[in-house]
Design a protein around this ligand. Structure first.
Ligand code: GLY
Length: 497
């Protein structure tokens, strides 16, 4: 069986032979985009190269990029463990051209790698193109000999890739694998496209435009290529599996979880092991990249993921903290490709151990409260927001942990009620502060924190970073601008200071 590690190096070596520099994955906390919570695709580290703001000595690059999709625009957290292909952490394999080659080389590269180096059956492959992109359709016909029915034109944003509301973007072509009529599902663009028969394996983006906040676009001065292929997906395909969690790497983590909890990896606790395996990866890589658990911003997303995994370990009957004991298995699997994991191994294990020790002190009591509340409310009713808020505030249960716990019972949380309870508590904190005799002007910090969230500290990991200026404060009040020699406080969304 070809391991995920081998597939990763086959991909990188293929593009290296074609003149691409193998560039290391960038950190999960983007340095060059202060608006993005986590790096969520391979192109993030090259964003400014595509727009022309930054130049690089090489015009071809290839990466295996660490990505986290949890919190923010791309959020896969809720589905993890329950489906075959959702992850909070995954690796994206990509090749990039910065004003060098375009469609006519990107498509043959991809076809050659898939059908020759990876040995995929060409009769199983089909593609989509943006509905107006005749050029891409022609290249597919010429290079791969695909017939018209296997080049599907899609008129929606599914085939127009944008990194976010602003930034570089362009039409794309996606490559799909057909698992055959034995599996339910229809081709892309059909009503049954969400089935499991046709699986998207690779997205090739033809970067041609830059989109601005007001919705306008300009042509990029250099047309470029950005591609993204999930290693876990192509790995499952090449290993003859239908589920990403059955690949060698994920399976090793599931086995480690089974060993640490003495619970059958394929028994009734199967979902718990899957959640633990996924969350072990995202939490460990986030800690290695300088994120620490906290109650705000990125640190809170990390805490949410950690605690969620810890509840699943508890469900497996683990009497003691488990997560930190799984770190060596992860380092064995991924440490060679990501040396930062090896360097941070002790910190990761200790952070997980401390958090799990602390959380276990309230976890059981919180779960009992949840049981009591559920017994009290009518069949099928949502958990009242008040109760979910008490679980959050007193027992340290992030909202999505409570939702996850209820999902197993087919119930939901009254989220509006939860938000109302949160707002009421904030108002109480503000009133208490106002009455505490502190300087009146300190109230401005509550206003700013409520409007913008807390400033995130990046100094664990970097001494340089970009930030968005949220406010200038002068003499206890917000100022619209500042002039030379003015003394102002500058409030940014993130800073290493
Ligand atoms: N940037 C290409 C992708 O994420 O699919």
């Amino acid at each position: 069986m070809t391991s995920l590690s081998d597939i990763r190096s086959t991909f990188l070596d293929f593009y290296a032979r074609a003149g691409h520099e193998i560039v290391a994955s960038s950190p999960l906390v983007p340095r060059n985009d202060p608006t993005l919570m986590f790096t969520n695709s391979g192109m993030v580290q090259f964003k400014n190269v595509f727009t022309g703001m930054e130049t690089r000595a090489v015009r071809r690059a290839t990466t295996a990029q660490k990505c986290v999709r949890a919190g923010g625009k791309h959020n896969d957290l809720d589905n993890v463990g329950y489906t075959a292909r959702h992850h909070t952490f995954f690796e994206m394999l990509g090749n990039f051209s910065f004003g060098d080659y375009f469609k006519d080389e990107a498509i043959p590269f991809a076809w050659e790698l898939l059908t020759r180096d990876f040995g995929l059956n060409r009769d199983r492959l089909l593609v989509t193109v943006y509905h107006t992109d005749d050029e891409a359709a022609q290249i597919w016909k010429k290079v791969a000999g695909l017939t018209d029915d296997r080049i599907i034109r899609i008129p929606t944003n599914d085939n127009f890739w944008m990194m976010g509301p602003t930034g570089p973007c362009g039409p794309c072509t996606e490559i799909f694998y057909d698992h055959g009529p034995g599996i339910w599902g229809g081709p892309p663009g059909s009503a049954e496209e969400d089935g499991d028969r046709f699986i998207e394996i690779w997205n090739l983006v033809f970067m041609q435009f830059e989109q601005f906040e007001d919705g306008t676009r300009r042509d990029l001065s250099a047309r470029s290529i950005d591609t993204g292929m999930g290693l876990e997906r192509i790995g499952a395909l090449l290993q003859g599996k239908h589920d990403n969690y059955d690949t060698d790497l994920m399976r090793a983590l599931i086995e480690a979880s089974a060993h640490a909890t003495s619970a059958d990896p394929d028994g009734p606790g199967k979902i718990h092991h899957r959640v633990i395996a996924d969350h072990l990866r995202s939490t460990s890589f986030l800690i290695a990249d300088g994120v620490m658990p906290s109650n705000e911003g990125r640190g809170y997303v990390l805490r949410r993921i950690m605690r969620r995994a810890m509840r699943h370990a508890h469900m497996l009957g683990a009497a003691d903290p488990v997560m930190h004991r799984l770190v060596p298995a992860l380092v064995r699997q991924m440490g060679a490709a990501y040396p930062e994991l090896v360097r941070a191994e002790a910190l990761i294990a200790e952070t997980l151990r401390l958090e799990e020790t602390r959380f276990r002190q309230t976890l059981e009591r919180g779960l009992r409260l949840l049981d009591d509340e559920m017994a009290r409310i009518p069949e099928g009713a949502d958990l009242p927001g008040e109760a979910a808020f008490r679980l959050y505030d007193t027992y340290g249960f992030p909202l999505d942990l409570t939702q996850d716990a209820l999902r197993e019972r087919g119930r939901a949380v009254d989220v509006a009620g939860f938000d109302a309870a949160m707002t009421a508590q904030r108002a109480k904190a503000r009133a208490a502060w106002a009455g505490s005799g502190e300087a009146q002007d300190a109230r401005i910090w509550f206003d700013l924190a409520e409007r913008h969230g807390a400033t995130e500290f990046l100094g664990y990991d970097t001494e340089r970073a970009e930030g968005v200026i949220h406010a200038l404060v002068q003499g206890g009040a917000e100022a619209g601008s500042a002039a030379r020699d003015d003394e102002v406080l500058v409030v940014v969304n993130q800073t290493p200071f």
